[in-house]
Design a binder for this molecule. Structure first.
Ligand SMILES: Cc1cc2nc3c(=O)[nH]c(=O)nc-3n(C[C@H](O)[C@H](O)[C@H](O)COP(=O)(O)O)c2cc1C
Length: 153
């Protein structure tokens, strides 16, 4: 059986992102990683307090990565963006290769440009990191479209 890891990239551990992700995965065995529990330094400002390796230990054990993020300022929120920034030239990032990737984002009223740019970002990150992007959906906070269109295999 495939191991599924849901990475909640919202600072709210039980907010809309978490609620939608848990509904999406309610019939599937999965683990949850609360991104906010880890100290991930900004690219270019990495100190010994950095905990990105701990995130990669969890990623390493999974076959399927489900990233969920809130929309902040027309793109994914900072927790996910900082993680993505850090992938640049990071040796551990090779652990992403071959993983199945799903990404959903939700905001109070994401506009079309936001949907397009997040979809573009997900496609580019997946392709550059060698991940198999299965689905990307950007929705409002009800998450109804995410739940309708995203099926985790
Ligand atoms: C700093 C900030 C910026 C936001 N920017 C947007 C935005 O550009 N578009 C949008 O639709 N919602 C925006 N929102 C609303 C959040 O995406 C929305 O409240 C979301 O459901 C929060 O998810 P959470 O409960 O998982 O934290 C913003 C919220 C915050 C705090």
């Amino acid at each position: 059986m495939k191991k599924i890891l849901f990475l909640n990239c919202s600072p709210n551990e039980s907010g809309n992102t978490y609620t939608i992700g848990e509904k999406l995965l309610e019939s599937k065995e999965h683990e949850v990683l609360q991104m906010v529990d880890y100290h991930v330094c900004q690219y270019g400002q990495v100190t010994e307090e950095d905990e990105i390796s701990k995130i990669f230990s969890k990623i390493d054990e999974a076959d399927v990565l489900v990233f969920g993020a809130p929309v902040y300022w027309y793109t994914v929120g900072g927790l996910l963006k900082t993680f993505i920034d850090r992938l640049y030239m990071l040796p551990e990032a090779e652990k992403l290769q071959g993983k199945e990737m799903y990404l959903f984002a939700q905001g109070s009223a994401p506009d079309e440009a936001t949907k397009e740019s997040i979809t573009f970002l997900a496609n580019r990150v997946a392709s550059l990191m060698g991940m198999d992007l299965k689905s990307v959906v950007v929705d409002n906070s009800s998450g109804s479209r995410i739940l309708k269109e995203m099926t985790i295999e």
